[in-house]
Design a protein around this ligand. Structure first.
Ligand code: CA
Length: 384
């Protein structure tokens, strides 16, 4: 008899619990900012994210990467996760992107890790190490050599999850308004050059200045700086640097495979359903790979235009200057590693991988390029 009395009560409790769950689910849905109609016409849940960048809005190359990331996520999620991209200064200034994502002002960001070295000294390993790895090598380290796991550990205290966000490939050494003959010519030179390389440049007698992309043209034009490194032919031409710099030096000793980052607020990412999290990961990986392709194609095209249409004087850095920069780089890296435990941990992984891949590239990339160049006609850097 007792069981007969308990059963209706149990059913009532079950129904009440079900109502509570459905009500909670409905309330949750009401918090979400929008809906997207499906093909069948029924609205589906749409989550909206803001993505802030360190780049001027509309900048090709660097600025195209976050736009591509957002488009890929929007398309592959069928509009369930919609990301809107904001250029530097639209919500936060360029150098506040990391804090904005950390605080949840924006759910995602795109920029360069070395901009945060004041807060996170070891972040420089995730953009560029002077005389370090190329893009191909760094991507191997990140995705198959433990580099990304250490990056996640580095950003975890800030509630930020990093993804490789593209690479420019080897950059140019930059635009100089004096001709460089020896290391003495670096004395007193004011140059826009960020990251660890800025410290190296200071140690070599120069004076490094930290300026965001949107201001480098005017700074060169008005003589605030004597030299500027930005990226390479593709992005430098976009900023018009050939109009304000006399000599275009190579190679980018300071950014041999400059990596960018796509960063996501950890709580915002964890709040997504598993399939949308996967979409974010895959879109980030595709964007990383796509940027290198974009730069490879457009850097080579832009170099020809600089040579033929602007008579840009393209020069190699003299050995004496390269030697000085290498010596100071070793000192700067050593000081960083000694001062910061995470830098020490990451450096051990980075340089171990770098040494191993250098040996492999001796018999693959370098051997092939040397072999090819011995047989093909010489390359002209005069536009003729
Ligand atoms: Ca650069």
């Amino acid at each position: 008899m007792r069981e007969q009395q308990i059963l209706p009560v149990a059913v009532l409790c079950l129904v009440a619990a079900l109502v509570a769950v459905v009500a909670g689910w409905t309330m949750d849905r009401m918090d979400r900012p929008g809906t997207t109609p499906t093909e069948a016409g029924a609205p589906i849940e749409a989550i909206e994210w803001k993505l802030v960048t360190t780049w001027p809005k509309g900048l090709p190359g660097l600025g195209a990467a976050p736009e591509n990331f957002a488009r890929r996520v929007n398309e592959t999620s069928g509009g369930r996760l919609r990301i809107k991209v904001f250029g530097a200064g639209e919500i936060v200034p360029a150098f506040e992107v990391f804090d904005a994502v950390s605080r949840g002002v924006a759910q995602a960001g795109h920029g360069a890790a070395y901009y945060w070295k004041g807060k996170i000294p070891a972040a420089v390993f995730y953009t560029a190490v002077p005389f370090g790895m190329t893009a191909q090598e760094a991507n191997g380290w990140l995705h198959y050599g433990g580099g990304l796991e250490l990056w996640r550990e580095l950003y975890a205290p800030f509630g930020v999850v990093p993804f490789a966000g593209g690479s420019t490939g080897v950059q140019m050494a930059g635009w100089f308004n004096i001709r460089l003959n020896s290391r003495e010519d670096l004395e007193g030179l004011k140059m826009r050059i960020p990251g660890l390389a800025g410290e190296v440049f200071d140690a070599a007698g120069g004076s490094a200045v930290r300026i965001a992309g949107g201001e480098v043209y005017t700074s060169m034009q008005t003589g605030v700086i004597d030299a500027v490194e930005w990226v390479g032919p593709y992005n430098d031409r976009t900023l018009g640097l050939m109009e304000v710099g006399d000599y275009y030096y190579y190679p980018g000793w300071h950014e041999p495979g400059a990596m960018l980052e796509t960063i996501v607020n950890a709580e915002a990412l964890a709040a997504l359903p598993a399939d949308l999290q996967a979409i974010v990961r895959v879109a980030a990986r595709a964007t990383n790979s796509d940027m290198l392709d974009d730069f490879t194609a457009h850097n080579s095209e832009a170099l020809q235009i600089l040579l033929s249409d602007f008579d840009t004087e393209v020069l190699p850095l003299p050995d004496d200057v390269m030697d000085a920069l290498y010596e100071k780089s070793q000192i700067a890296i050593q000081a960083l590693v000694e001062a910061d435990p995470m830098a020490k941990k990451i450096a051990a992984s980075y340089f171990s991988f770098a040494e191993q891949v250098r040996a492999y590239h001796e018999v693959s990339e370098r051997a092939y390029l040397n072999g090819r160049d011995r047989l093909l006609p010489p390359i002209s850097l005069t536009g003729e």
